[in-house]
Design a protein around this ligand. Structure first.
Ligand code: GUN
Length: 285
């Protein structure tokens, strides 16, 4: 039987509807509109699309968003100054610096400069620490979105073997942290570019999360029959978006799978809105 499709658009629409209601209640009670400030440096086409999607989603849910566009030759100091200005601006509740930054800029230093209370990406070391101790302030949007999807679909994680392919700070590491934490209770293996025999490990997964950034890296024979496959990849190949999983082959083996596009991507945006509302609530209290 072919895999059932986990529809990220549908699930995220339900999440956004709740966020719209909660935002309207918050605005009515406080007169404050949650406000996300996004910073985009340079003209990377994919980043422009992501940022535009985030802005649109904010508007639809009643949140304010402002976009700060800086040229690719922006210096470290100029960018750091903008972050400081947004940190100090009481009308801004969440700050998002779109990654990747141009190569001459030190992203770590910039992300560390965002005050943790406005770090709606959940990338600041303080927020990463709180997450890994199981007392989160902001969860990173993509892994949080994946957890929401699993929950929504009634996919049990407790006691199951989850294999995460990829060890990035944005997805792989926090994904593993959320799957292993109390409540989720998965047994987690992380694979990366130096792992020997990734296929053999991937084939042990009840839940396989692909976050490597390599188009169709996960082949059908790397998937255990009946596994749940979560494809975090968004790769542009010949003007088409493809994930990190060979989708048609995976559909023949998996029990459930997220498509690309329309899978994890919309969930990431929904979680960003949720974090921005959460930030505004926290700062207003
Ligand atoms: N670039 C790709 N994914 C992300 C994300 O989740 N947050 C930011 N800031 N940049 C990204």
């Amino acid at each position: 039987m072919p895999a059932s499709i986990i529809d990220g658009r549908k699930i995220s629409a339900a999440v956004r509807e709740q966020i719209s209601k909660d935002t309207a209640d918050f605005v009515a009670a406080t007169g404050v509109t949650p406000h996300l400030a996004a910073v985009l440096v340079g003209d990377d086409p994919a980043s422009q699309v992501y940022v535009r999607n985030k802005e649109r989603a904010c508007e639809k849910c009643g949140l304010k968003s402002t976009l700060h566009r800086l040229p690719s030759e922006t210096t470290q100091q100029q960018l750091a100054e903008l972050v400081q200005q947004l940190n100090a601006d009481e009308s801004v509740h969440g700050i998002l610096v779109q990654l990747p930054l141009p190569e001459h800029l030190d992203a770590t230093q910039i992300l560390d400069a965002i005050i943790p209370a406005k770090d709606v990406d959940g990338f600041h070391p303080e927020n990463v620490g709180l997450m890994s101790q199981g007392r989160p302030r902001f969860l990173p949007c993509t892994p949080h979105g994946v957890m929401k999807m699993l929950e929504h679909e009634g996919i049990k994680t407790s006691g199951r073997h989850a294999v995460v392919i990829g060890r990035s700070d944005i997805v792989g590491k926090p994904m593993a942290a959320l799957l292993v934490q109390k409540g989720a209770d998965a047994t987690v293996t992380i694979c990366h570019s130096r792992t020997s025999d990734i296929s053999a490990i991937a084939r042990q997964a009840d839940i396989l999360v692909a976050a490597v950034g390599i188009p169709e890296f996960v082949k059908g024979d790397m998937i255990k029959p009946g596994a749940v496959v979560i494809d975090v990849g968004i790769n542009r190949v010949d003007d088409k978006l493809v994930g990190d999983v060979d989708y048609s082959a995976a559909c023949e083996v998996a029990s459930a799978i997220t498509p690309v596009p329309g899978g994890v991507g919309p969930m990431t945006i929904a979680m960003l809105l949720q974090n921005t509302l959460h930030a505004a609530k926290h700062q207003a209290s």
